[in-house]
Design a protein around this ligand. Sequence first.
Ligand code: IMP
Ligand code: MG
Length: 177
Amino acid sequence: MVKLHDKKFELYIPDRTIQERVKELSEVIKSKISPTDDLHFVVVLNGAYMFAGDLTKHFETTCGISFLKVSSYEGTSSTDKIELQLDVDGSLEDKRVIVVEDIVDSGNTIDFLINHLKKKKPKSIEICTCLFKPRAYTKEHEIDFVGFEIENEFVVGYGMDYNQLGRNLKDLHVISS
Ligand code: IMP
Ligand code: MG
């Protein structure tokens, strides 16, 4: 059991299971990439930092990695007021972009990011997320690569936070009722 601010969290998905799945996911992505693709990962800070590190180390071929930062979450609920706080540096023109997210919940963030990144004229944009809450998702875009589908529960760890705490935990934890 972990206490962060006023809430308690219990073990949800252990580190070992996460690592096995991330490796598997990297193999799935690799099987769909052709040698002519100019592969470029766009990592969504802060939450995706740990997932992105684990995922991208399984790629042996050349690929670009850049970062952007958005804010939307307050406490344990999503808001639709999304702000871009940091943009990617460099060009994404003609690149095969894979956006790396920690978790897709309502889909507001992904929707915002796709519209934002399209303006940079990449060849394509795909979404890779560690966690996906299908029952909370309200958008149309297909989520191309998903680590784990989860229920509508609030989770922390593996990069994800509750009011800025819990990101460093290597196991995923879920809010305890
Ligand atoms: P969306 O815009 O509703 O899809 O939410 C996306 C962002 O909210 C994610 O990238 C996370 O940073 C954050 N988020 C959503 N659900 C959770 C959660 O259960 N724990 C921690 N952060 C979350
Ligand atoms: Mg995120």
